[in-house]
Ligand binder design. Sequence first.
Ligand SMILES: *Cc1c(COP(=O)(O)O)cnc(C)c1O
Length: 381
Amino acid sequence: MIDFNRPYYDDICLKYVKQAFESHYHSGDGEFTRKCRKWFEEKTSCASCLLTTSGTAALEMAVLLCDIGPSDEVIMPSFTFSSTANCVVRAGGRCVFVDVRPDTMNIDETKIEEAITDKTRAIICVHYAGVSCEMDTIMKIAKDHNLKVIEDAAQGVMSSYHGKPLGTIGDFGCYSFHETKNYSMGEGGALIVNHPEDIERAEILREKGTNRSKYFRGQIDKYSWVDVGSSYLPSDILAAFLWGQLEQAQRLYDERMAIWNLYYELLTPLSEEGLIELPFIPEGITHNAHLFFIKTESLEVRQSLISYLKARDILTVFHYVPLHSAEAGRKYGRFSGEDKYTTADSERLVRLPMYYGLTHDEVRTVVAEIRGFYDEQRTVR
Ligand SMILES: *Cc1c(COP(=O)(O)O)cnc(C)c1O
C-alpha cells in the first residue's frame, strides 16, 4: 500500500515534546513557541511571526487586522480551500472569485483589476502547491487601488518569489502546520506580520483581546481587555513538535524536493506524448515540493486513473471543488468574469502520493502504474 500522505515525526520531535511536558509549562508562548518564532523571523526577515492554532486562525487574524467588515469585498481564487473564503465571510465580507491561470493554478493576475469595485478592500492570493503567485503585478494593483494583500501561504513555507520568502511580500502572510503540510504540529499555523505597526494589535487579537503579551514582557504592570480577539495561540507542546522539524528543515526540504524532481523526470515522457500535463514553475520562483499533481485530459480519465491506482493499492486524491460552485460559495460570493479554467482544470487534476519518507522505489512504482494505465487505455481504444 502506498499512502497518499504520512505525517512526519521522529525521535527529535518526541524528545522536545517530552521536554515541553517536563518544563511544566504547557500553555501558549513558552520556550518552544519562542524558538519557532525566532527561527521564522530570522529565516524570513519578517517583522513578526506569531504561531497560531491553525492556518485558518492565521487567516482570520489577518482579515481582522485588515479591518474587513460587513459589505466589504475581498478578491481571491475559487480554486482553494474553504478557509481562504471563510475568514472573510466570518467578518461579514463577501468573496469575489477570480479565475486561475492553467499553468500554476494560481489566481490570474491579469483578471484581478476587472474584479475591483468601490467595495473591494483586499486581495487574498493563494500560493498553490507552494508555487508563488505573480506578486509584482498583484502588489502593484493593490498599491494603485489602495487594497490590502493577504498571502495564503499555507502551502508555501520555505518557498520564495524572486528571493523573497512567501508570506513576507503582502501585508500579512499565513502559514499552516497541519499534518498534510510540509512541516507539521498536527494542527497549527503562523501569522507573518510584515509591518511593525501591526504587531501590537496582532498580539492582542491572539491573546483573547488582552494586552497580556505586553504584560509578559514587563512593559505594563497589569493586563486587561482592550480589543476584540480570540484564543489563537497553540500549546507549547505542539510548538515543541514543530521545533523538532524546523531544526532539520533544510534536510526535510531537500528530501522532499528529490521526490518531486524524480516524479517530474519519470513523468516527462508521458507528458511529451500528450497524455498528461505536469506542474509548471515560473522563472525566478523557488518552490517547496509541497505537492505533486498531474492533469489528465478529462474528468472521466481522472476518475478511472484514481480507481485504477486504488485497485493497485496506490492512494491519490483530487481537490478542490471550486468555492463559487459550492453551497456556501453561492451564498457568500460571486465569480467575476469567465470561469475558463477553474472548473475545467480542477476536474482534471490528481495529486500523487507525496510525503517525507516516500521511497524513490515507491515513486517509480507509482509512475510505472500510471504508465500501465495509459497502455491499457490505448489497447481498449
Ligand atoms: C491547509 C490550508 C489552509 C488551512 O490551514 P489549516 O492549518 O488546516 O487551518 C488554508 N489555505 C490553504 C490554501 C491550505 O492549503
